[in-house]
Design a protein. Structure first.
Length: 316
């Protein structure tokens, strides 16, 4: 497994991260997924307080007994800030909450469930429209000073939202975790569409990738396998764009003698910003197939072929 640095930190981690959102709640099955990831060389594990309402952090903690001495050899990331409908009372809607109390309470819950004293990285999960940057700064300071969180970052944030937060927060923001794959490539779209097409999904695509890259904020890609849509799990009624992109993936995989997962994930690795895909498969064979991505390199032509197919049209 190849490695990379997270942001401007000294943390050296595997080129792929393992997403724990879909871990089985069955301890034996969950351990099989985690151990396959470890054997493939993955050292970075992504959680959130809300995954399975905390059950995924809980089941993950079985790994400490299964693999003694592991804690300091891996990087544990969790997220906070999303609150589900009905929490804490029945009229409360799904919402975002970056208040001091919620951030601190959430981290304490994650530490308890993960059975660890510290998170290596804490991300704010989705932007809170009512965020008060000074209050977030106070929560980060308290968590950092108590040794409960080493590094901080965000997820699904625009460049401007990161700048606003960074103007108050004392710690570096080291990660922005964003949706990115060949079928959801709006982050790249803005860079090729200024000449002709109307700009779609303008806000998220508008300079966020470039901002993170320029400022040493590692971009993590969630949803990197598109749920398997391009690698054997074509959705019923898939439109011609998806069918064609899946065909390109199949052709490239056959030509290179690798798995289709390797092509889809390799497409993200080929971007020069040093994107870290967070793979979400829990199937051991698919975990190994995705990890083949670090051993291939797509040519410029191959990369653009999949980009064009995935965006559903030739470039201007
Ligand atoms: N920051 C955020 O807002 C956010 C949002 C969503 C997710 N995430 C993180 O990103 C990680 C990855 O996200 P994701 O799970 O949506 O991404 P993904 O890797 O694109 O998708 C994984 C899902 O696709 C299925 N799949 C893949 N190939 C398949 C195939 N050939 N046939 C059938 N099923 C197939 C997997 O099932 P199997 O397990 O059976 O292979 C799994 O359910 C999550 O675990 C989480 O850590 C973050």
């Amino acid at each position: 497994m190849k490695t990379m640095h997270i942001g401007k930190t000294p943390l050296v981690v595997s080129r792929l991260a393992f997403g724990c959102m879909r871990l089985s709640d069955n301890r034996r099955e969950a351990l099989a997924s985690i151990q396959t990831a470890l054997e493939a060389g993955i050292t970075f594990f992504d959680h959130a307080d809300i995954y399975g309402n905390g059950s995924k952090e809980d089941v993950f903690s079985a790994i400490w007994e299964a693999v003694p001495g592991l804690r300091d050899k891996i990087i544990l990331q969790s997220k906070c800030g999303i609150r589900r409908r009905g929490d804490p009372d029945p009229t409360a809607p799904t919402r975002y909450d970056f208040s001091y109390d919620h951030i601190v309470r959430s981290v304490e819950g994650s530490l308890r469930r993960l059975k660890t004293d510290y998170l290596d990285i804490l991300l704010l999960h989705r932007p809170d429209v009512l965020m008060e940057p000074a209050e977030v700064a106070r929560a980060f300071d308290a968590l950092h000073a108590a040794g409960k969180v080493r590094y901080f970052g965000v997820s699904n944030h625009t460049a401007a939202q990161i700048q606003l937060l960074a103007s108050c927060v004392r710690q570096q923001l080291v990660i922005n975790q964003l949706l990115l794959n060949p079928l959801d490539s709006e982050l790249l779209e803005v860079g090729v569409s200024l000449t002709r097409r109307p700009l779609l999904h303008r806000v998220r695509g508008d300079g966020t990738l470039e901002y993170c890259w320029m400022n040493g904020i590692t971009i993590q890609a969630w949803g990197p396998l598109v749920g398997g849509a391009l690698s054997g799990n074509l959705p019923a009624g898939a439109d011609s764009r998806i069918v064609e992109a899946a065909q390109v993936v199949a052709e490239l995989a056959a030509a290179k003698g690798v798995s289709r997962e390797a092509i889809v994930v390799g497409w993200l690795l080929r971007h020069p910003a040093g994107i870290q895909p967070v793979i979400g498969t829990t199937n051991p064979a698919r975990i190994r197939a995705a990890c083949q991505a670090v051993d291939i390199e797509l040519s410029r032509e191959e990369w653009y072929r999949l980009f064009v197919a995935g965006r559903g049209g030739e470039l201007p």
